[in-house]
Design a protein around this ligand. Structure first.
Ligand SMILES: [Zn+2]
Length: 240
């Protein structure tokens, strides 16, 4: 049936009876999709894809990295705005001689970091863990609402950091969502969640998949185009 998500590889394989050659596609939601003819030996893929990396990177960069100036190290944030949830959190840094950082959230949307706060790598890692937790509670709730509303059942949801895609859905019904969705406005998040929920019924991008998505979100074409540009919404401190 294809549309397997393979997390060890940075791409997803889709089998197509009509495909005559291996074809690479970069999709705003799914990231790199490799379309292979049925019966094609998957072990040959890495050697085929490898030479295409410059092109693939360029396509992925089109999803927004273009707005970022290369080589600069971004300041760590004083506040973090999460449009998906309509929240802005203030970040409070407190130095102590503890060897590891402790993160606590306080009322009034304050995130407090206590420990070696001048250790940039530790701060970024701690904020990423906080963001993943925040994303989990918010996105799973949204997924629940949308699944119930449109009668689309999903088995499990995982939230993780993904560089090249916003979401994926496995054939067992596990929906995997990018924690960085929290930086997108609610209508784009909704579109990604609906896209993955529709994959629980149709594990491909065939006409029936688009018809189903159409019935849940008539504006999805416009929103998908918007998603192509939205990597620029991810704050620079997360990336370097
Ligand atoms: Zn898809």
């Amino acid at each position: 049936m294809g549309h397997q998500s393979s997390d060890t590889n940075a791409w997803r394989i889709r089998r197509s009876r009509r495909a005559r050659h291996v074809r690479l596609k970069v999709d705003p939601v799914d990231g790199l999709v490799v379309v292979v003819p049925t019966g094609f030996d998957e072990r040959l893929l890495p050697a085929l894809i490898e030479p295409q990396w410059p092109w693939i990177q360029k396509q992925l960069r089109r999803f927004g990295d273009s707005l970022r100036s290369p080589g600069t190290v971004a300041e760590l944030p004083e506040e973090i705005t999460l449009p998906a949830a309509g929240q802005t959190w203030r970040i409070n840094y407190a130095t102590s001689n503890a060897s590891s950082l402790r993160v606590t959230t306080q009322p009034d949307q304050i995130v407090r970091l206590r420990g070696p706060v001048s250790d940039r790598a530790q701060v970024r890692a701690a904020l990423k863990r906080w963001l993943t937790r925040t994303a989990r509670s918010h996105l799973v709730e949204r997924l629940d609402e949308l699944g119930t509303r449109y009668g689309l059942a999903w088995a499990r949801a995982t939230i993780r950091y993904q560089r090249s895609r916003w979401g994926s859905c496995s054939s067992s019904g596990t929906i995997s969502l990018n924690a960085q969705l929290m930086f997108l406005p609610p209508e784009l998040v909704r579109c990604v969640l609906l896209h993955e929920l529709c994959h629980t019924r149709h594990m491909n991008h065939g006409p029936r998949f688009w018809a189903l998505l159409d019935s849940c979100e008539p504006d999805h074409r416009h929103l998908h185009r918007e998603l192509c540009r939205s990597r620029a919404r991810i704050p620079a401190w997360l990336e370097r």
